[in-house]
Ligand binder design. Structure first.
Ligand code: FAD
Length: 431
């Protein structure tokens, strides 16, 4: 940064997907944009499980997807219900998963964000890394810029894209008070492995990719789940666990959970001989619509995880498309506000309209009950064990006569068990 008191059309705090999407979109329209990222480079501090769904954001960035450094298209899906000593896996191979354009890919943020930053710079955005924003400049209740490294930087509008627990959104008074039940802790490692070994172990042809999700004993029966995704020459292995599940059970330590998970035979065989080259941990805002604060104010817009745009509905954990899309819509709102030269809360309200019309708010409203529905202890402990016990008896051939299948099922599916399952079904109807 060269001079004090320099002024821009827009200042973006955070160079993750939300911030970079905003920078790319505004710069493409000729706006003067400065993005400040505290990491050594964009992608250095960003954690994700590693799977992006392209469809909802394909048209927002039509030029980008052809050349994006994605890892493998995900064409095989597996969900595994883990008991302590058993597991039941459902594999899904659909012709549509294998058809182009692929709906989802594995990716590595270190590579992807760095590339997206270069693309935004090509459009004319200024990106300064190793630069932490320390405070917002707020005058007469309106955000006027930021303080970074002792310098004052001014802009018509600030985009808060500084991720979960966004201090900029908080300083602007836009966030709701933090409640631990609305957050999960995600931790993961990247394990390098020869591509041919990956393809062999996951039954993949060439560049095909696979995603496997695990629930139940993967998280020691706590609210959350484990995952493994195939990259070109590495695996992303990790898990997401509710913060409350960890704090309420102090004997359960996150690193121990991951060790326990990777030692399970279902995982150990897949990662054998691989070298862990990266370990990371990060919070995820999972509170959804009910936990969201204000998304915009006088001179400020909030995008990505900073706005709470992450969602866990069990079969998918999504945040990256919401980050990209909200960054894009924040940029479009700024572009329109600039045409009217109105950066007040009223002038920036178009951001809410754009989000409401898009998949972003429609998804968050549709799934507003998902956290309450899924935070149901029986789902993560009792049912995986029950399913394992039923399978054990169904498959076992004893040394005497074998029970009828109906008798076996009846042994486990008692009236109270069926009542419990119906209750679960009723909960599930909300999402
Ligand atoms: C373990 C895990 C698994 C996940 N799995 C998936 C998945 O498979 N698919 C999916 O779609 N989503 C997944 N998510 C969620 C997804 O990764 C996030 O929703 C997404 O990264 C949010 O992007 P963002 O740009 O909003 O925030 P971030 O990527 O967190 O970017 C925020 C940026 O702001 C910078 N920053 C913060 N404070 C400052 C400051 N004061 N000054 C300057 N810079 C600052 C940070 O360094 C960072 O680069 C997962 C998350 C985790 C943790």
């Amino acid at each position: 940064m060269e001079s004090q008191g320099e002024s821009f059309d827009a200042l973006i705090v955070g160079g993750g997907l939300a911030g970079l999407a905003a920078a790319y979109t505004m710069a493409a329209e000729g706006l003067e944009v400065l993005l400040l990222e505290r990491g050594d480079y964009c992608g250095a501090k960003n954690v994700t499980g590693g799977r992006i769904y392209i469809n909802p954001v394909r048209e927002l960035f039509p030029e980008l997807w052809k050349k994006a450094p994605l890892e493998r298209p995900i064409v095989h899906e597996e969900v595994c219900l883990m008991g302590r000593k058993s597991s039941i896996t459902m594999r899904y191979d659909g012709a549509e998963l294998k058809a182009e354009p692929y709906q989802s890919y594995s990716l590595l943020r270190g590579k992807f964000d760095k590339w997206l930053a270069r693309e935004a710079e090509r459009k004319g955005a200024m990106i300064v890394t190793k630069s932490r924003v320390d405070a917002l400049i707020i005058e007469d209740g309106r955000v006027k810029g930021v303080m970074a490294g002792g310098e004052e930087l001014r802009a018509d509008v600030v985009v808060a894209a500084d991720g979960v627990l966004s201090f900029t959104a908080r300083q602007a008074g836009l966030q709701k008070p933090i409640d631990s039940k609305n957050y999960a802790l995600g931790f993961k490692e990247i394990i390098e492995l020869d591509p041919e070994i990956i393809e062999d172990r996951f039954n993949l042809n060439g560049n095909e990719g696979a995603a496997r999700l695990f629930m139940g004993d993967a998280t020691a029966g706590k609210f959350g789940g484990g995952f493994i995704y195939t990259n070109q020459s590495s695996l992303s292995l990790g898990m997401v666990v509710g913060v409350d599940a960890l704090t309420e059970n102090p004997d359960i330590k996150a690193p121990d959970l991951l060790d326990r998970f990777r030692e399970r035979p279902e995982l150990a065989r897949l990662i054998k001989g691989g070298e862990t080259v990266e370990y990371s941990a990060h919070l995820i805002p999972e509170g959804g619509f009910k936990a969201m604060g204000e998304l915009w104010g006088d001179g400020i817009l909030v995008a990505g995880d900073a706005a709470g745009f992450s969602m866990n509905i069990g079969v998918t954990v999504r945040g990256m498309e919401y980050a990209l899309a909200s960054g894009y819509y924040a940029a479009r709102a700024v572009i329109q506000a600039k045409q009217k030269n109105d950066f007040t809360r009223a002038g920036l309200a178009i951001y809410a309209d754009l989000l409401n019309e898009s998949f972003v708010m429609k998804d968050f409203i549709n799934f507003k009950e998902s956290l309450e529905v899924l935070d149901y202890p029986r789902l993560f402990k009792h049912y995986p064990e029950l399913a394992g016990s039923i399978m054990k008896d169904l498959y076992q051939v004893p040394d005497g006569p074998k029970d009828k299948i109906y008798a076996t099922l009846k042994k486990y599916l008692t009236m109270s068990e069926i009542g419990g399952l119906l209750k679960l079904g009723r909960r599930m109807m909300k999402i």
